[in-house]
Write a protein that binds this ligand. Structure first.
Ligand SMILES: Cc1cc2nc3c(=O)[nH]c(=O)nc-3n(C[C@H](O)[C@H](O)[C@H](O)COP(=O)(O)O)c2cc1C
Length: 385
């Protein structure tokens, strides 16, 4: 759970369910926060913020206690907004109301639903600033699943029309190498030449007062067979993963494995045939993206998410003032031109949180020692299956 407005005092987050005895430091969390702030195409806000999480509870002497983990990230920009975003009634009116809703945002439906004529009441929370806390909580989840050798990574495959093609099937090592290459790319694209084209495209959009979307891929490698379940709709792992990715602001589509492209192929081309070698069931292909019947099958979990272009435009779109009902230009708040690279880091956090939940559900345990014992005994059992 997270709380916090974009220009409020701070973001707050609580994560429950991590067993006792996991080593977590503020540096683990802050490293992930720094990754989210990067990426070509961000606006001025990211130059103001240098996100840093303070651990409030749930961790003692560098180890989790099994109690809820609470984190706080201060908004540096709060200094400029302390009256406009004050909790105190005496400050009411110290900040111009926002009355020109931006198309593509929560602005208009939010104002109508929550009965406000100041759209700031809505946009402050609908902003993707909130995802900084998701990344912080996701960093703890990522650290937890790493204890079971699960690696979650991501890279950008597309910005606007510039697209990197990659075969659906790839080994865990290959996916990890794509992630590592993406770490040093300005757009998180593993291909250097395409990174250059993407930055050019972003520059052009910025000059034109326009914005861009794109596609990123997130994978989880090293996931054991049997996370999630076929027995109930809400226990199917890809359902939880899709929700987690779709919940990121501006994500409008999610694919698992071959995804939409599978629909145009024949069954023979799409199903991942099973063989058995050296005491292991294996697949030569991974069109399923590591999930069959709602459960992980031991292959890397591979998901793709499509992000629409950023709604706020420096050359504003047409809108209507909610008070006067006159045609106006939409409000302009300092804005990103493209945030696909940041969204891919947020995607990693969301996937880590879902996989961590599924691991905790399947293997249980109040301490890391207990959950590892349960996990290892499951691996032993699988050897004899
Ligand atoms: C990392 C990230 C940064 C974003 N930055 C901006 C921004 O600067 N300006 C903007 O208008 N939208 C931005 N967005 C997108 C909006 O938050 C999003 O489109 C909006 O909340 C409307 O919700 P919906 O697109 O999910 O329907 C960003 C999204 C993400 C994931």
């Amino acid at each position: 759970m997270t709380a916090g407005e974009s220009h409020g005092k701070a973001l707050v987050g609580i994560l429950e369910g991590i067993p006792a005895g996991l080593r977590v430091s503020a540096e683990d969390i802050n490293g992930e926060l720094k990754r989210r702030q990067g990426g070509y195409g961000r606006g001025g806000r990211m130059k103001i913020e240098a996100d840093c999480a303070e651990i409030i509870s749930g961790i003692r002497w560098g180890r989790t206690l099994g109690s809820p983990i609470a984190l706080v990230i201060e908004n540096k920009d709060w200094a400029n907004w302390s009256s406009a975003m004050s909790a105190d009634a005496k400050d009411e009116g110290r900040g111009e109301p926002v009355t020109r809703p931006r198309p593509g945002h929560a602005d208009l439906p939010g104002a109508m639903k929550y009965a406000t004529h100041d759209i700031r009441d809505i946009l402050e929370r609908s902003s993707a600033r909130e995802t900084a806390m998701r990344v912080a909580l996701g960093a703890v989840a990522k650290k937890f699943i790493k204890e079971f050798n699960i690696t979650v990574g991501s890279y950008v495959l597309q910005i606007g029309q510039v697209k990197m093609e990659r075969p659906i099937t790839a080994s865990a090592e290959h996916l990890i190498s794509l992630h590592e290459k993406a770490e040093s790319s300005l757009t998180r694209c593993p291909d250097n030449a395409l990174t250059g084209k993407m930055t050019e495209l972003i520059d052009r959009a910025r000059e034109e007062g326009n914005s861009l979307g794109g596609v990123f891929e997130v994978f989880a490698a090293g996931v054991p067979v049997g996370l999630g379940s076929h027995v109930q709709w809400d226990r199917r792992l890809e359902a939880g993963l899709a929700q987690a990715l779709m919940s990121i602001q501006a994500i409008k589509g999610v694919e698992v494995g071959a995804g939409f492209s599978a629909s145009a192929l024949s069954g023979r081309e799409v199903m991942d045939e099973i063989d058995y070698e050296a005491g292991r069931f294996r697949r030569k292909t991974n069109n399923a993206g590591g999930i069959e019947g709602g459960m992980t099958n031991g292959m890397p979990v591979v998901l793709r998410a499509a992000m629409k272009p950023i709604p706020t435009q420096a050359r504003p779109l047409k809108s209507v003032d909610i008070n006067t009902k006159e045609a106006v230009s939409a409000a302009y708040e300092r804005s990103d031109v493209c945030a696909v690279p940041a969204a891919s880091v947020i995607g990693e956090a969301m996937v880590s949180l879902v996989i961590a939940g599924a691991m905790a559900e399947k293997f249980g345990g109040d301490s890391m020692e207990e959950i590892k014992r349960n996990y290892n005994s499951y691996l032993e059992y699988l050897k004899d299956f």
